[in-house]
Design a protein around this ligand. Structure first.
Ligand code: SF4
Length: 189
């Protein structure tokens, strides 16, 4: 018999001795389990945040150690989610620390066969230039009977469910002001 294991550590006796009669608590935890400490306990600080995945906007507590995110849990202070996260939100730490996470803008030029890195300002300028050029090229001022249209069918917007109300409001305002009428959101589709 293992030196540490005695007659008193026999499971049934352990259950009675610890008061854990159903064997769902301390009577069935292993030595190793008892020595483990949750990452939430050893973190240097906790930052409140919002889950980035969907428009529900569940509150999160982000646990940081040595300036690195080590765990993300539901925030009980959130009036929206009251401490809960769905399976996707619960896995947010894997999004933050994934070794395959993209942290650079990637561009594949026409007829290109591979992606190349691009700095963010260049990418934003390219998008803005193409937006303005598409609008200019596809602008419809009136139909064939002279009735005013003042629109472009060359620009469309498809938002993701992670956009919140305020972002959707601004997107709708910008695109409508530019004359686009094809404005959709993935959550509605
Ligand atoms: S993905 Fe899940 S946890 Fe995140 S905001 Fe949506 S419902 Fe909440």
């Amino acid at each position: 018999m293992d030196a540490k294991k005695t007659f008193l550590s026999w499971p049934v006796l352990r259950q009675f001795r610890s008061g854990d009669f159903l064997g769902r608590g301390p009577a069935v935890t292993s030595e190793r389990t008892r020595t483990l400490e949750p990452r939430t306990k050893t973190a240097d600080r906790v930052v409140q945040s919002v889950c980035p995945y969907c428009a529900v906007g569940c509150g999160q507590r982000v646990y940081v150690k040595d300036e690195k995110v080590v765990q993300i849990e539901g925030d009980p202070d959130s009036p929206i989610s009251r401490g809960r996260l769905c399976p996707k939100g619960s896995a947010s730490e894997q999004l933050v620390n994934s070794p395959i996470r993209q942290t650079h803008v990637l561009y594949r030029r026409p007829h290109g066969t591979s992606w190349e890195r691009m700095d963010r300002d260049t990418a934003i300028d390219m998008i803005a230039d193409r937006f303005v050029e598409s609008r200019r090229r596809t602008w419809q001022d009136a139909d064939e009977h002279g009735r005013p249209l003042r629109r472009t069918m060359g620009i469309a917007s498809l938002g993701g469910a992670t956009l919140d109300n305020e972002e959707n409001y601004l997107i709708k305002k910008l695109f409508t002001a530019a004359g686009a009428i094809q404005i959709e959101n993935q959550a509605r589709i």
